[in-house]
Design a protein around this ligand. Structure first.
Ligand code: NAG
Ligand code: NAG
Ligand code: NAG
Length: 346
């Protein structure tokens, strides 16, 4: 029997598809393997001095925390300000710089090779008094993707095969929201006031005099199908623990209000959220939520990402500080922020 040209071509094509998918999986596997067992290793010891603990809450730094906790080598953290003259990097958290220049060690001799880092996990509206901080910092550290050291509240990762996909549970409540500082002028307050005319919303937190302890937070949210992951400020890349922890870790489908859909798509798992801006009105949004709640198939669509992705949250300041060492080799050498204020507000 003669194999015709087109049959041979088809065979060749199938072979090519097979080989390329094989290569793709081998490569993907390698990347995951490298990511897991071989974090970037700096070429020398790096010492990082944290000048003030953010919001006054300190963590223990004895021993080699970056190695012990995060498998990051040659990275030493200290909060002992007498190590100033030998530190490679000094980190300043913005909240503690509100006293202005007097909060900075400007009276000390700053080694020429030392890098100063400006750190804030807050949106621009909460970073006041930046004007005096001009021409002092070499690197920025924030949740923003374009910060020199980018430390998001959470991260989407490809999933290895270590976990099995659990059934999507049934829920007894439609939607919940936890809010401590409610301010009527905020966009999220307006959406809430309007949305609650169409659907019942269970509200917790200080504002509603129904505060939730840390232990009760996730179990309470997980009783509901949806969670309102409404940021207090709509700023580029600002996606806080209200998404990563409150919604994803509780297993509720997040209804998000914050940066653009494009920002969420870049950072959150695919198909994992409902964006308020996708709806013409809160009536339309409410109708969509009711539809999803009533349609098992539509509901489960929002959980498909669990098959391919997983999320990781960052909460411990030590993990964030150790990240400086991972990124150290690729950080810009001679940068100076002459106008920190415009960077923050850009
Ligand atoms: C780096 O730190 C380790 C652990 O403290 C120490 O044993 C080693 O001597 C240091 N290396 C250099 C080059 O300072
Ligand atoms: C959820 O409810 C449906 C319909 O009532 C039922 O068939 C299903 O077993 C329930 N699933 C779980 C995980 O409880
Ligand atoms: C860091 O910034 C300071 C202050 O502007 C500058 O004098 C110094 O040269 C910079 N250091 C490095 C290593 O780039």
């Amino acid at each position: 029997m003669r194999t015709s040209g087109s049959q041979a071509f088809l065979l060749l094509l199938l072979l090519l598809i097979f080989l390329s998918s094989l290569l793709y999986y081998i490569f993907l596997d390698q990347t995951l393997y490298l990511q897991k067992y071989h974090p970037a290793v700096p070429q020398r010891n790096i010492s990082i001095l944290l000048w003030h603990w953010p919001f006054g809450h300190s963590y223990r730094l004895d021993g080699d925390k970056c190695l012990e906790m995060y498998n990051i080598r040659r990275c030493f953290l200290t909060d002992n300000i007498s190590a100033f003259s030998t530190a490679d990097v000094v980190v300043f958290h913005h909240q503690e710089l509100r006293g202005g220049l007097s909060s900075l060690p400007l009276h000390l001799d700053r080694p020429a090779s030392q890098h100063w880092v400006w750190l804030s996990m807050e949106p621009p509206v909460n970073n006041a008094n930046l004007t005096p901080l001009t021409g002092l910092f070499n690197w920025t550290m924030s949740y923003r993707r374009d910060a020199d050291i980018s430390i998001p509240y959470g991260k989407t990762m490809l999933r290895g095969d270590e976990l099995s996909f659990k059934a999507v549970p049934n829920r007894s409540c439609l939607v919940s929201w936890v809010v401590s500082r409610y301010q009527p002028h905020q966009a999220r307050a307006g959406v809430y006031q309007s949305l609650k005319k169409y659907i019942p919303i269970e509200v917790y937190g200080k504002w509603n005099k129904k505060p939730l302890s840390n232990k009760k937070l996730l179990p309470t949210i997980s009783k509901c199908i949806f969670y309102l992951s409404f940021e207090n400020s709509e700023a580029k890349d600002y996606i806080s623990e209200k998404l990563w922890r409150n919604a994803f870790q509780a297993g509720a489908v997040p209804v998000v209000l914050g940066p653009s859909r494009a920002d969420y798509e870049a950072l959150a798992p695919p198909g994992s959220f409902i964006h308020v801006a996708d709806f013409k009105s809160t009536a339309d949004l409410a109708a969509h939520l009711k539809h999803v709640a009533a349609d098992r198939w539509a509901y489960e669509e929002y959980f498909q990402w669990h098959h391919t992705h997983r999320i990781k949250t960052y909460t411990d300041w030590r993990e964030r500080l150790c990240q400086i060492c991972v990124q150290f080799p690729s950080l810009p050498a001679n940068r100076v922020y002459q106008d920190l204020e415009s960077w923050v507000n850009s």
